[in-house]
Design a protein around this ligand. Structure first.
Ligand code: 13P
Length: 253
C-alpha cells in the first residue's frame, strides 16, 4: 500500500543557520512525538543548507530533499547543481516541476523530463509537481492541463522507474495565496491523476503511487484534505517554516 508523506518545501527561506535551527527543532519534536506509523517526513531546504541540515537530522525520521537539480550531469553549466552532487551528500528526493520553476524560470516539459531522468539515474526519488493556473481552473480545463504535464514529463518512464515517483498536485491559484482547494476539489483531481496512472501503468502502480496535495495547506486544514481517499499527504510551503506548525501537519492523518 502507498506511503503517506508530508514534505516541506522551504523555497528561498531561511538563512543557513536558521535553517539548521529549524531542522533541529523539527527533529526534537519528532523525537518527543514521532510521526504516525507509516507516515514519511521530508524537508527540502535550499542547496546551501543541505550538508549542514543533513548533520542534524536522523534519516530514518526525516528524508532530505532538494528543490531542484540540473538537467545536466556535469560540465560547463555555470550556476547549476547536478543530481550526482545531491545524491553524494545524502539527498534522497528532489522536487521537479514546481510551478515556480515552470513560470519564473521557464522550465518546459522537455527539460522537466530530463531532470526526472537525472534524479532517477542517481538513485533519488522525484517529487513531480503538476497543477493548473486560475484561468485554467475557471475554464474547467484543469484535468487536461495536469494530464498533459504528466504525459509530457513522466509518462515516458518505464514502470519500474515510475514506481519511484511521488506526485504532488499543486493548483497554482492555491500556492501562497491562503486559498486552499476544497477537499472535494482535491479529491476529484487526485482521483483523476490516479486514473491516468492506472491507464498508463496498471492498477498496482496506481494504488501504490503517493499523490500529495500542495497549496496553502496548514495545520487547520490538513486533516480534512488528508482524509480524502486519494490524497496521501501534503507538499507544504509557508507552513513548513514553523517547526511546531509543520509537526502538527505531520500529525494530521
Ligand atoms: P504554500 O504552502 O506556501 O502555499 O506553498 C505550497 C507549495 O508551493 C509547496 O511546494
Amino acid at each position: 500500500m502507498r506511503k503517506q508523506i508530508v514534505a516541506g518545501n522551504w523555497k528561498l527561506n531561511p538563512t543557513p543557520s536558521n535553517g539548521v535551527q529549524l531542522a533541529t527543532d523539527l527533529m526534537k519534536l519528532l523525537n518527543e512525538n514521532p510521526q504516525p506509523e507509516g507516515v514519511g517526513v521530508a524537508i527540502a531546504p535550499p542547496f546551501t543548507h543541505l550538508m549542514e541540515v543533513a548533520k542534524v537530522i536522523d534519516p530514518k525520521k526525516i528524508c532530505l530533499a532538494a528543490q531542484n537539480c540540473s538537467f545536466a550531469e556535469s560540465g560547463a553549466f555555470t550556476g547549476e547543481v547536478a543530481a550526482p552532487m545531491l545524491s553524494d551528500i545524502g539527498v534522497m528526493a528532489v522536487i521537479i516541476g514546481h510551478s515556480e520553476r515552470r513560470s519564473i524560470f521557464h522550465e518546459d516539459h522537455a527539460i522537466l523530463a530530463t531532470k526526472v531522468d537525472q534524479v532517477l539515474k542517481h538513485g533519488m526519488r522525484p517529487i513531480f509537481c503538476c497543477g493548473e493556473v486560475l484561468q485554467e481552473r475557471n475554464a474547467g480545463i484543469q484535468n487536461q492541463i495536469v494530464e498533459n504535464q504528466l504525459k509530457e514529463s513522466v509518462f515516458h518512464l518505464e514502470p519500474g522507474q515510475f514506481a519511484k515517483l511521488i506526485i504532488a498536485y499543486e493548483p497554482v491559484w492555491a500556492i501562497g495565496t491562503g486559498v486552499v482547494a476544497s477537499k472535494e476539489q482535491a479529491q476529484e483531481i487526485h482521483r483523476f491523476i490516479r486514473s491516468l496512472i492506472r491507464a498508463r501503468y496498471g492498477q498496482q502502480i496506481a494504488d501504490d503511487t503517493t499523490i500529495l496535495y500542495g497549496g496553502s495547506c496548514k495545520a487547520s486544514n490538513a486533516a480534512e484534505l488528508f482524509a480524502q481517499p486519494d490524497v496521501d499527504g501534503g507538499l507544504i510551503g509557508g507552513a513548513s517554516l514553523d517547526a511546531v506548525e509543520f509537526h502538527k501537519i505531520i500529525h494530521s492523518f
